[in-house]
Design a protein around this ligand. Structure first.
Ligand SMILES: [Zn+2]
Length: 373
């Protein structure tokens, strides 16, 4: 008989296991290991078997998976069916929450969804930063209450279900690859430009994660020294421990920094900066042009490393329409002759993409082999 407790989970679920155990599990379910890359997110046979388990555990909606994105200011839950359609959603404000309050909020959201949908669905979690694959400790600069803590053991004990952990930018990219701006494309690079800068890379509908689940940590690539010198920019320290990381110049605080560098005017709201640029303010235009130039150069490096078929932008800065006009030209200017710049598109799902992608992530980590007892 199949047992949910014996499903092979995301290695990030294997907290408390030895590093060797974790690596073994990773090798066993690696969704993108060579020769095993499926064309679809869903292993149909595995999903059918898993669905039988879910029908016993949750007879009313066995097709549903929950996804929760834990952000710096709020937490969002999306319940998605097997086709990726959001059937239920909810969000709560969590600004300033402690670690224990975050745990409580996750449990409250899941409990409310269980009651509303009369089911008990598996859960995917999208969190910022990375998780140490050996210790399970969260390493994140943007959500300080998680740093150095582990979420999964507490949540699994309280929620008693399969829980899959993923990076928020990875989940965003996965969501946009399935029914979003990158639907039908062989590969997609999803960039989030908000409080920080991160990314996820999806090939044939499945996330490429890498050994440390760190693939796509593009925000911590260094800005090219030649660009620092050309524009006279300072090498800014980054909370990750390095300096001159792309995030420090290209995320929302980075754009404000570039504008402050231009004229010494700090903390200008970005919507005000755009309005001033649209009204013909030459300094505001210069700030946005410098940002687009640096972003284009950084995306050109993505093309050289990953050569994605499409790039999808999310986060606060993705609402700035000039990026879709100015950045492609900047990308082309930094590519060698003969290389085409990929289309750069706004996200389809907006700020619900992370939660939806977390639900899809549960399906990506469907067991490659179900244990029998
Ligand atoms: Zn960094």
């Amino acid at each position: 008989m199949l047992s949910p407790s014996k499903l092979t989970d995301n290695p990030w679920q294997a907290l408390g296991a030895t590093h060797a155990d974790t690596t073994a599990r990773l090798d066993g379910v690696a969704p993108n290991s060579l020769g095993r890359t499926p064309a679809s997110l869903f292993h149909r046979d595995s999903w059918s078997a898993y669905a039988r388990i879910l029908r016993r555990a949750s007879p009313h909606r066995p097709d549903l998976c929950y996804g929760i994105e834990i952000g710096t200011a709020n937490m969002k839950l999306a319940a998605c069916d097997a086709g990726g359609a959001v059937q239920y959603s909810e969000r709560v404000d969590t600004a300033g929450f402690s670690f224990d309050e975050i745990v409580d909020a996750v449990c409250d959201l899941v409990g409310a969804a269980d009651s509303a949908l009369a089911t008990k669905a598996p859960l995917g979690l999208a969190v910022p930063g990375i998780v140490d694959s050996a210790t399970g400790l969260h390493q994140t600069a943007n959500l300080a209450c998680l740093r150095g803590r582990t979420l999964l053991p507490l949540l699994r004990a309280r929620l008693n279900r399969t829980i899959t952990l993923g990076n928020d930018c990875h989940c965003f990219a996965l969501s946009e690859a399935h029914g979003g701006a990158g639907a039908g494309q062989p590969s997609l690079f999803g960039l989030i430009l908000g409080a920080g800068a991160g990314a996820g890379y999806v090939v044939d509908g499945r996330l490429v994660l890498g050994r440390n689940r760190a693939a796509g940590e593009w925000g911590h690539w260094p800005l090219a020294p030649a660009l620092l010198a050309r524009y006279g920019l300072r090498s800014l320290p980054c909370p990750c421990g390095a300096s001159a990381c792309l995030e420090r110049y290209l995320a929302a605080p980075g754009l404000r920094h570039l504008h402050a560098y231009q004229i010494g005017e700090a903390d200008v709201p970005l919507d005000a900066l755009v309005k001033r640029s649209d009204a013909g303010d030459s300094i505001a235009r210069a700030s946005l042009a410098l940002h687009a130039e640096l972003l284009g150069a950084a995306i050109a490096h993505i093309v050289l490393a990953y050569d994605p078929h499409v790039i999808v932008l999310g986060g606060e800065l993705s609402r700035m329409s000039h990026l879709y006009k100015d950045v492609p030209d900047a990308v082309r200017a930094h590519l060698m002759p003969g290389l085409q710049a990929p289309p750069i598109l706004p996200s389809h799902f907006g700020d619900t993409g992370g939660a939806r992608g977390a639900a899809l992530l549960v399906r990506q980590y469907l067991p490659a082999s179900l244990e029998l007892s």
